[in-house]
Design a protein around this ligand. Structure first.
Ligand SMILES: NC(=O)c1ccc[n+]([C@@H]2O[C@H](COP(=O)([O-])OP(=O)(O)OC[C@H]3O[C@@H](n4cnc5c(N)ncnc54)[C@H](O)[C@@H]3O)[C@@H](O)[C@H]2O)c1
Length: 255
């Protein structure tokens, strides 16, 4: 018996990185996973390799797309137990260099996407009497960062939304839990892309980055699995950090 046997899960940003690792881990433990991503080709290819999985094209920034996806899953399989809002993008810019375009792009995917996902998952989960919504945040929402101004703002908004959904659900007896996960640096294409830009623009900073702890996507997927399962029945509105102390030690884990 798996830890999430027969639960139905939607995972956004599932074509890559942490979303993909979480989809694989949930499927290993018996969930029926729906991988959702804007990247159709890659999403379909990775879904084909996961037993019982299916891929759905989704741009998380459009509420109409969310309504269509959630209603389709309910029509097809009759339930939604787990939503992992994992789609996200990052652009390196300080507040001084953050344009309206950068601000809106990052917040469209992170903030708007998570808002629409929570809203429409809650709509169907409360009717069924329960569910688990998991929002991918970041240690950026705890400590900020000079070059991730819009990203840290978006992750902080997601952290706040998470707690608001959790409290509403608890007060109204919806049975829906909502928690956020806050990874430090994790070995994914997003992190590799950031490191590449830093290497090109600031070799000193790139050298310093090499000393910062980096975790594996499965480390985050295991936290997602716990929050998705009934093992975390008393965990609601929590901010779960997966960073091996790096928020405490400013990045470098002391020896
Ligand atoms: N990698 C890290 O170090 C790290 C640390 C903390 C938090 N995070 C967060 O984890 C999440 C996943 O990051 P990752 O490292 O796996 O990145 P990634 O770039 O590997 O994957 C992100 C996925 O999101 C998808 N996506 C982007 N825009 C979308 C949209 N509009 N609609 C649907 N899908 C969209 C991409 O196609 C991609 O498949 C993000 O929210 C990120 O902010 C990552």
């Amino acid at each position: 018996m798996g830890r999430v046997t027969d639960k139905v899960a939607i995972i956004t940003g599932a074509a890559s990185g942490l979303g993909l690792a979480s989809a694989r881990r949930l499927a290993e433990e018996g969930a029926r996973v729906v991988l959702a991503d804007i990247n159709l080709e890659q999403g379909q290819a990775v879904a084909d390799e996961i037993p019982g999985a299916r891929f759905e094209h989704l741009d998380v920034t459009r509420e109409a797309n969310w309504i269509a996806l959630i209603d389709k899953v309910i029509a097809d399989v009759g339930r939604l137990d787990i939503l992992l809002n994992c789609a996200g993008i990052v652009r390196l810019a300080s507040i001084e260099d953050t344009t309206e375009e950068i601000w809106r792009q990052i917040n469209a995917v992170g903030t708007d996407g998570t808002f629409f996902g929570c809203k429409h998952a809650l709509r169907v989960m409360k009717v069924a009497g329960g569910g688990s919504i998991i929002n991918m945040c970041s240690t950026a929402s705890i400590q900020g960062g000079p070059m991730i101004f819009a990203y840290a703002a978006s992750k902080s908004a997601i952290r706040g939304m998470t707690k608001s959904v959790a409290v509403l659900s608890a007060q109204h007896g919806y049975g829906v839990r909502c928690n956020s996960v806050h990874p430090g640096n994790m070995r994914t294409p997003m992190l590799e892309g950031m490191k590449e830009i830093v290497r090109e623009n600031d070799p000193e900073a790139a050298k310093a980055m090499e000393n910062v702890w980096v975790g594996e996507p499965v480390d985050v997927a295991n936290m997602v699995l716990f929050l998705a399962s009934d093992e975390s029945v008393a965990v609601n509105g929590a901010a779960m950090v997966v960073d091996n102390t790096t928020t405490i030690t400013e990045g470098v884990v002391p020896h």
